[in-house]
Design a protein around this ligand. Sequence first.
Ligand code: ZN
Ligand code: ZN
Length: 134
Amino acid sequence: MRKTEQRAVILDELRKCRNHPGADELYARVRGRLPRISLATVYRNLELMAARGLIRRLDPAAGSRRFDPVADDHGHFRCTACGRVEDLPFPLELPRPDRRHPWVRQRLIQGGQAEYFGLCPGCRKEKRQAERTA
Ligand SMILES: [Zn+2]
Ligand SMILES: [Zn+2]
């Protein structure tokens, strides 16, 4: 199996996921098609594709690293109860860095990502029901 073919399968499986999976979850999916692949190989390919800008690597403030087949800048919502990460259905713009600020002038800022967090519809419903029965 050539490396480029492995990478194509990993990218294909990532594109089928709507939930911004972690490496473990993708590994389980990819193994269904490439039974001899290792978790380390899946992880290495994900990091490589992220470094090349083909996919996005998400390092949430809490929880484990996840991967996103959509490389363009877009915002996310992370459920603090179940860990699900969703794309925002509307653009979320970060404030532009103030170029006069010395900290900003020393750096080349190439991008940024915004993240909302809270409860997803399912977890919100569960919380309400728990409160009602309490
Ligand atoms: Zn949730
Ligand atoms: Zn996303």
